[in-house]
Write a protein that binds this ligand. Sequence first.
Ligand code: FAD
Ligand code: NAD
Length: 464
Amino acid sequence: MKEIKTKLLVIGAGPGGYICAIRAGQLGIDTVVIEAGKPGGTCLNVGCIPSKALIHAAEEFDKVAHLSGENALGISTAKPSIDLAQTMEWKDGIVSRLNSGVAGLLKKHRVKTVEGWAKFRDGKTVEVATPTGPQIIRAEYVVIATGSKPVELPFLTFGDKVISSTEALSLTEVPEKLAVVGGGYIGLELGIAYAKLGAKVTVVEAAKSILPQYDKDLVRPVVKRLSSLGIKVMTNAKAKGLSTKGNSLLVENSTGTDVKVAADKILVTVGRKPVTEGWGLEEIDLRMDGPFIHINDKCETSMRGTFAIGDVTGEPMLAHRAMAQGEMVAEIIAGEKRTWDKVCIPAVCFTDPEIVTAGLSPAEAKALGHDIKTDLFPFQANGRAMSAEREEGFVRIVARADNHLVLGIQAVGAGVSEMSAGFALALEMGARLEDIAGTIHAHPTQSEAFQEAALKTLGHALHI
Ligand code: FAD
Ligand code: NAD
């Protein structure tokens, strides 16, 4: 059996693992990364990137469909049609370019990539089933970056009509009727995309509202848009299984009545769970936080020299959190003094309209005992938003009442995902309301709503 010794071994080349390995390579650390699938993990292959490609295609389709009817702009065009198989080929092309990009970056930084499934033999030794036979790798430091996978419902197991996000990102025909179980991030991002492409979509959500992690004001514009897209939303509803004929989803609605939702495909998006099975967690007996691996503020696990990063360590399961953890861990292994001291991990929900949150919401700030000032500026009063038909939504700021330190920034609106960087920067730099209000924001841009939200929270907005 082949044996390799290395200083750092990274298990999983998702955004957590590959960034950790690249940074370690830059710092001159002898590094091996093991990946059972393709470089880039969930994010690049079956997550962030392919979903945003599908969302983009659906937006373009919807735009043309809108312009083919009566519209304020005076544009006329024929009704669009779509060859979804071709759209998926285009999406696969982007994924494949990025796969090669990540593989190239690992190589450039002298990281050795081993293909195959890794399994711990002991705390510092891993056996990998590579295509050319088993290989043993011994390391001084190990980083577990095994990621997450979709939660399966026992009464709606994946297969045939019942699909997870992975299959939903590779359909070659738009389903006529799509039932979505779970109205969270994935269910709504993909549900909206398929509705735009012409599917009749029904969302079945167990909680009393879709996107239950966000406050009502942020969710309201999305609910309005779902309705205009003809998406039926059932809240306080429980999916119970497939009908006997298999052509409908059985649902107990909010009044306790059993109803059938006709469906050609049933997309189950009720959350993701950490990948903690099949790689020998039992051999190393790590401390856990519920289903996740317990980590401290350096991403160290309960075993010395063993780190864990990304989705396997818990919420928020976001690619940019995994990347930031990966970078930090590589620097710690290189001897730098680093701890997790981020003020915020911004989150973007790529629905229509998009939702951005960074830092604390008004309710979270109050719950932490802060005396706050908060206000919002609507896009209805923003010239760029008006001239781009993007009037729905707002930017909201939460600040301490005493010294005006900004605690949180939220926005909902078309294209607000690109504003998330400015929000996170303001929070990381410890901005006060006066800093944002005093920064010249270029005109005409939607970002002016950020400056105006700060001015409004200070009591002297200029454009409302
Ligand atoms: P992963 O990306 O899951 O990577 C883990 C890797 O480890 C995988 O490649 C796996 O094959 C490998 N692996 C596991 N075990 C082993 C083993 N024993 N041996 C060898 N290899 C192993 N996040 C965002 O921030 N923005 C978004 O817009 C966004 N959109 C998403 C859309 C969808 C449809 C989905 C499903 C997720 C989305 N996410 C998004 C979440 C994001 O994909 C994850 O947070 C991110 O991929 C986590 O990175 P990770 O490195 O922890 O794990
Ligand atoms: P989620 O946690 O966002 O949403 C799951 C939803 O399913 C919740 O609203 C929950 O109340 C509901 N639910 C749970 N059990 C149910 C049941 N039996 N019947 C009906 N509804 C039920 O999970 P997700 O959409 O699967 O996404 C998983 C994770 O992936 C997210 O939490 C996020 O971390 C990540 N993600 C991020 C992005 C992004 O950053 N834009 C996009 C997609 C996914």
